[in-house]
Design a protein around this ligand. Structure first.
Ligand code: FES
Length: 89
């Protein structure tokens, strides 16, 4: 599992970003692991395209709180969407 191979060893976390893409459950636990390692919310980039359908801001399927993944993303830093409902669904 990704969470078991992520280690702080050799990482210059202060000068790094993490880009997370994959199944929502994996993204959730990888994000939490990255935060445990010392990454700031703003250093974690999440690819949130999973619910996109029309891709042009009309269907609303990709809505994440006040954002549309298709128009405002699909990549968001964790600090932008942290606390919004259902981000890991
Ligand atoms: S994919 Fe339809 S509104 Fe974003």
């Amino acid at each position: 599992m990704v969470t078991t191979i992520l280690k702080k060893d050799g990482l210059d976390i202060e000068n790094s970003v993490a880009i997370v893409c994959g199944p929502p459950i994996m993204m959730k636990f990888v994000t939490f692991k990255l935060l445990d390692l010392g990454f700031k919310d703003s250093q974690v980039y999440l690819s949130m395209e999973k619910n996109m359908s029309c891709g042009i801001g009309k269907c609303g399927h990709c809505r994440i709180g006040p954002y549309y993944a298709c128009k405002d993303g699909p990549v968001f830093t964790y600090d932008r969407i942290k606390g919004l409902p259902n981000i890991w669904d």
